[in-house]
Design a protein around this ligand. Structure first.
Ligand code: PMP
Length: 354
């Protein structure tokens, strides 16, 4: 039956984007941090709760948080835009730079929200393909950017869900070739060997997007940010809703930055575990890809990916089923968890693969 509401026809048949939230013991499907934030962070935040003037609107421009992030990255606060998760950063970006009659370029397989949010904001999507090893194909980048003349070109480094970071020369080459803004989504940037943050300046159309959801153990807070040219940041402030960042979130983001050493130790722990999981996967009948992130993409060789996914769920282990995504036939993606979670995943997978 049709809706009584005159919905946008282009949204009616659009697939939603979600990872099933199944009730299992071991959740390795959404690339969260395996550990909660340090206790001292929670104590400082609790103190902040006690002193926050809840009857007042938050600082609309989130200056204290932006100043703290600017110090962290060696940029000006005017070059930092914060929002409710990096997904809202991406949405604001496409509201400000995309929209009807404009185009965003993506290179598949990559983070699906880039094209999903483009569709929602009425932005056209130009799709290019990666090489078969999932590295970026610069000839394909040249073809797509020449044909589509996109206002926005999305890169994702390390790329979700395939795992590899782009080499600096590649990002530099894309920034040279692309006619509009190049957005480097670095949701997993802290795990990577280098960051495109070093490429940001006011006179270059390059922006980097980051999140507190992964390495800062703050997925529940929904906080992400962009570092980019000042005039882009001004435009993003224009399209964001007034007071979109609540006071507690601003404080949480600011306080988290005091715990950088703890965060770095956790990254080292995840990277070490990633090595162990990769080594164990290499002994199983699966194809795997190298990862610079906190997850690993793999393809079971003898059993269908979707079947492996549901057999893992039966064993109370949840991974991401990418098996029906374009270019990822039969693939699954596992987040690196605690040593115990990783053991449980590997034991279950070994059993499922016989
Ligand atoms: N970008 C990439 C590449 C991601 O994988 C994710 C999380 N799945 C996000 C952005 C969004 O993260 P958040 O909205 O939690 O900041």
């Amino acid at each position: 039956m049709g809706s009584v509401v005159p919905l946008r026809p282009d949204l009616v048949n659009m697939e939603g984007y979600h990872s099933p939230q199944v009730d299992v013991a071991v959740r390795l499907n959404t690339n969260e941090a395996p550990l909660p934030p340090p206790q001292a962070f929670l104590d400082a935040l609790a103190e902040e709760v006690r002193t926050t003037p809840f009857h007042r609107y938050p600082d609309r421009r989130a200056w204290d948080l932006r100043r703290a992030l600017a110090d962290l990255h060696g940029v000006r606060p005017e070059q930092v835009f914060c929002a409710n998760g990096s997904n809202e950063v991406l949405q604001c970006l496409l509201l400000a730079v995309g929209g009807p009659g404009r185009t965003a370029a993506v290179f598949e397989p990559t983070y699906r929200l880039h094209s999903h949010i483009a569709h929602i904001t009425g932005t056209g999507v130009a799709i290019g393909q990666r090489h078969s090893d999932f590295s970026l194909d610069l000839q394909e980048v040249a073809r797509v950017t020449t044909e589509a003349d996109p206002q926005v070109t999305f890169l994702c480094s390390p790329n979700n869900p395939t795992g590899m970071a782009e080499p600096k020369e590649t990002v530099e080459a894309v920034a040279e070739a692309a006619p509009g803004l190049v957005v480097v989504d670095e949701a997993y940037g802290q795990f990577a060997p280098w960051s495109a943050l070093s490429m940001v300046s006011d006179d270059r159309a390059v922006a980097v997007v980051r999140t507190y959801s992964k390495t800062w153990s703050m997925a529940a807070s929904r906080l992400g940010y962009l570092v980019g040219p000042g005039d882009l940041v001004e435009a993003l402030e224009q399209v964001a809703l007034p007071y979109h960042l609540d006071s507690l979130k601003q404080a949480a983001g600011r306080i988290a930055l005091r715990f950088r050493a703890e965060m770095e130790a956790r990254i080292a722990g995840v990277v070490e575990e990633r090595g162990r999981v990769a080594a164990a996967l290499a002994e199983l009948p699966v194809e795997t890809w190298p990862s610079d992130a906190n997850f690993i993409l793999f393809r079971p060789l003898r059993v269908e990916g979707a079947k492996v996914w549901s057999e893992l769920v039966k064993r109370s282990v949840l991974v991401r089923d990418c098996s029906a995504w374009p270019g990822l036939d039969g693939c699954l993606r596992v987040t690196i968890g605690t040593p115990a979670e990783n053991r449980a995943f590997l034991d279950a997978l070994t059993e499922v693969l016989g």
